[in-house]
Design a protein around this ligand. Structure first.
Ligand code: M6R
Length: 604
């Protein structure tokens, strides 16, 4: 949580920093601040969204500075607790993302030494601690100060004593260097500086980086300088902008025909009958795996549940799916099993911690992520990129469908290696997966129709989503999307479970969204719809376009294009994403930045 950016170059720092903060706002948006050096630290903070900071920001002169957008962990949402924090002598400015676990002890010691604290945050100790260690060299002071710190951090620091440099350091929180011409950047995320450069250096844990206008120097954990590779990013700045859509979430829903094509590009061929990943990934996908354990949080967890159905059905390998926060402490870590971590951001702390546990127990590990260079890509033995471009809306959409398709390809690959699939089956699966971009477009064309149904939901207090088999996790995801952005209480259930308790909550004021697929569960779901209707609620069915029966059972029907059941989860998901979006929009909610949430959860 929290977004940080530092700039050192020839442009107006105010402008670059505000622009960068707006692109990082999805990481936190309760307060923000900026400091720009012009002989002294010129500092300004505001509570609320970045637009409040921008509106009131004084016209600071200078081309070197740091800024921060906050998602509070320690200390209330106040100007004093917003970053940057200044050292007692007002020369050093620090922005921080992470948690300093021993901050109380450090604060007591620094207070005894006469340092003056102005906030209740853990982060402020860093500013005073760096001042306490300062002997004429900022990076050395930071290096020594960080030796005393327990917890995790990405920090970016300036000092008026050395006004030509910015220093950054990271441990378990993301920080990347943007390499420009006569200007350089440090930020939580590439999107913050993508407008100016697509050349990036990824910092490892405990590395420290000094940027001047022209030079970049990186130190390892022993304070030895290291050479690092500059990576070229093929994301376009338009990917990180709304391109005329009212919200990032809507744009990202509409990106999906392209993102699905990107996932498939170069990885599948029905003619040559192959599924291809990088060599390192292929090595992890062994045919004799005893089991697969998937770990993830939130929406990524639901794509893991979808994958369980796919891998068990196609490749006949048992799969368990666990929440990272649980697996981390309680999960079984077995030999000859593969642990797959799914994380859009590649920075979710619980998932990283669970993955470390798995590695330490000797498991082989594979990550599925959207962010090249993210921590998970360096932690796992191998990784697969979802190649969806930046996802800015807090609600995950395009990365969810990409994760599912990657996992579908993993299932096919394992099935080929194990010999559990015939070549005809493989041919058909690949043909059908390639149909998805077209089918998603067909769903997107129904947006107005979906909006009309959303009208019927906009005043609901509670909405149920039901599905069977692979559509059970899709129901869970549909409910998560709705609750996350519209603030309507929503729950997803395996349809057969309703009568084991949740029925008690059903009244005619509780609309039920029922996912009906034309497979062997169809009659069962019709029976479930009947049970629901008998208790009064309205039922909205999400049904196959060829289904001639469903109208007799449901009050409203939204149709999805026919495909194999295992793949219909994609068009059904897009339907539910649009439904959640329209309900939230009709209710006037803050769709891209829902209250109390942040895009990437880098705290436990
Ligand atoms: O970056 P990750 O995939 O690890 O994030 C996991 C969850 O925090 C995330 O999916 C969250 O549930 C989304 N906001 C849901 O839309």
């Amino acid at each position: 949580m929290c977004g940080i950016i530092g700039y050192n170059g020839f442009r107006d720092a105010n402008k670059v920093l505000i622009d960068g903060l707006k692109r990082l706002e999805y990481r936190g948006y309760d307060s923000s601040g900026i400091s720009v050096i012009d002989k002294k630290q010129q500092i300004f903070k505001e509570v609320g969204e970045i637009k409040e900071l921008e509106k009131n920001l004084p016209d600071f002169k200078g081309s070197i500075g740091v800024s921060h957008t906050r998602w509070s962990t320690h200390g209330a949402v106040t100007k004093a607790n917003a970053h940057p924090h200044l050292s007692t002598n007002k020369k050093i400015a620090v922005v921080h993302n992470g948690i300093i676990e021993n901050f109380q002890k450090l604060r007591e010691n620094l207070t005894k030494k006469g340092y003056k604290f102005l906030s209740n945050t853990d982060s402020e100790v860093l500013a005073h601690l760096i001042e306490d260690n300062y002997k004429g060299n900022l990076q050395k002071a930071i290096f020594n100060a960080l030796k005393k710190v327990e917890g995790y951090y990405a920090i970016v620091v300036t000092s008026t004593d050395e006004p030509d440099k910015i220093v950054g350091a990271r441990k378990d929180s993301p920080l990347v260097v943007g390499v420009g011409d006569n200007e350089n950047f440090l930020a939580s995320d590439i999107t913050a500086f993508l407008k100016y450069t697509n050349r990036v250096i990824y910092l490892e844990d405990k590395e420290l980086c000094v940027i001047t206008k022209k030079d970049i120097t990186i130190y390892d954990e022993n304070y030895k300088t290291v050479d690092k590779e500059i990576n070229l990013i093929d994301w376009d700045i338009s990917d990180a902008e709304k391109s005329g859509f009212a919200h990032f979430m809507l744009k990202e829903i509409y990106d999906q025909p392209d993102t699905v094509n990107n996932v498939l590009r170069g990885r599948v061929s029905e003619v040559d009958q192959y599924i291809e990943f990088a060599e390192k990934v292929e090595k992890e996908l062994k045919p004799d795996l005893d089991s697969i354990h998937i770990i993830a949080c939130g929406t990524s967890f639901y794509s893991g549940l979808v994958a369980k159905y796919m891998i068990e059905k196609i490749a006949d390998i048992p799969v368990s799916v666990e929440l990272s926060s649980e697996y981390r402490y309680f999960g079984t870590k077995k030999e000859n099993s593969l642990v797959i971590a799914i994380t859009q951001s590649g920075e979710t702390l619980d998932t990283l911690a669970a993955l470390k546990e798995a590695k330490n127990s000797g498991c082989q590990t594979l990550a599925i992520t959207n962010v090249i260079g993210s921590t998970v890509t360096r932690l796992a033995d191998a990784y697969i990129l979802t190649q969806s471009g930046p996802e800015i809306g807090v609600a995950a959409t395009k990365t969810f469908t990409s994760q599912i398709i990657i996992l579908f390809l993993v299932a096919l690959k394992l099935a080929i290696k194990k010999g559990t699939i015939t070549s005809d089956e493989l041919y058909n699966y690949i043909l059908n997966v390639k149909e998805l971009p077209k089918q998603i477009r067909q769903v997107l064309e129904k947006s107005d129709e979906i909006e009309k149904i959303a009208e019927t939901l906009k005043h609901a207090h509670s909405v149920f989503f039901i599905g069977r088999g692979i559509n059970y996790p899709i129901a869970l995801e549909g409910a998560l999307k709705l609750k996350e952005i519209s603030y309507i209480h929503a729950e997803g259930f395996a349809a057969g479970e309703l009568k084991h308790g949740p029925f008690a909550l059903l009244t005619k004021e509780t609309p039920v969204i029922a996912i009906a697929t034309k497979d062997f569960t169809y009659d069962k779901i019709l029976a479930n719809i009947g049970e629901v209707k008998a208790r009064g609620p309205q039922v909205i069915a999400i049904a196959d376009e060829t289904d001639t029966e469903i109208e007799k059972h449901a009050d409203f029907v939204l149709r999805y294009p026919t495909n194999q059941t295992i793949l219909t989860s994609i068009p059904i998901t897009v339907t539910l994403q649009l439904l959640a979006y329209h309900v939230a929009n009709l209710r006037g909610c803050s769709i891209d930045k829902p209250r109390n949430l942040a895009k990437s959860v880098t705290v436990e």
